[in-house]
Ligand binder design. Sequence first.
Ligand code: SF4
Length: 335
Amino acid sequence: MSNHEAINEAILEIKDLSVAYGTAKGDVLAVQDMNLRVLPNEIMGLIGESGSGKSTLAYAVMRLLKGSARVVKGSVRILGKDIYAMDKEELRQFRWANISMVFQSAMNALNPVLTVETQIVDTILNHRPQLSRREAREKAHELADLVRIDRSRITSYPHELSGGMRQRIVIAIAISLEPSLVIMDEPTTALDVVVQRSILDQIKEIQQRVQFSVLFISHDFSLVSHLASRIAIMYAGRVVEVTEARSLMDAKVAHHPYTEGLWRAIPKLTAKSVALEGIVGTPPDLLHPPSGCAFHPRCRYTFEPCRTVRPQLQDVEGSEIACHRFVPEGIQHGQ
Ligand code: SF4
């Protein structure tokens, strides 16, 4: 039985998490009061524009924050364990075996002077020293099959492989220790659209075969809605909505105005009557965030409380939405 079959709780539980970057002008809160749960074997999407805090969140969850970035409050639990309460050795053993990450650029994640086979084998042996090199190599070959790379190609160096193949190798390394959670941070951004789709289909197929949870981070709403079952939408360091991906296709389901704007900006093959629109304005300067709802300078529905009162996430028709338009009885304002 795998780790995540043994528990009924969330694989990842983020509670009241805030992350700040220290700057000469003061702290910038890149992630604020974040609450998020990723359930066993689900693919959760995390969407936001550049600067919304989504990559900072990924690094905070991995406890890989660098430079002036630091967690100022809150907790991150993976498989029920507080990752910030672990000592260095415990963290080293826990990370990659239970939680792994696929970074944006495969080329940066791979060592250019080692063959990809050596890199997969070394990762396995680092955490499973009881295995022989031959057994680890056999496992590397099985992983190559899983990500559909011909076994003969894994003795190549990274530069001898295409961008799509390199990203598949990084995914193979990420799942080599059968983690319960894989964080994927814009894993296909550098690839062309056709290769992107093929890798996404593979991620879905592998995730269903091997059974693990994915937190898939992207600025590309159409990509995430294709892959994830639930989606969290971030704006200015906060989650403004958590919703079922399929609810986005249903025009009758209410969403946060920012979600609505992102969704309207995607070309749809079936939509004949919906005009495409972008969201006016630019994301806020986090050193001087807007008062009240941070989205109010760009929102088409802004009304009186939006400029002064920060909305909290609340249940709205099966989603969680942070917007004053929604009160328990339904939409009442700003129509
Ligand atoms: Fe728009 Fe107000 Fe809702 Fe913010 S709280 S998204 S400004 S309607």
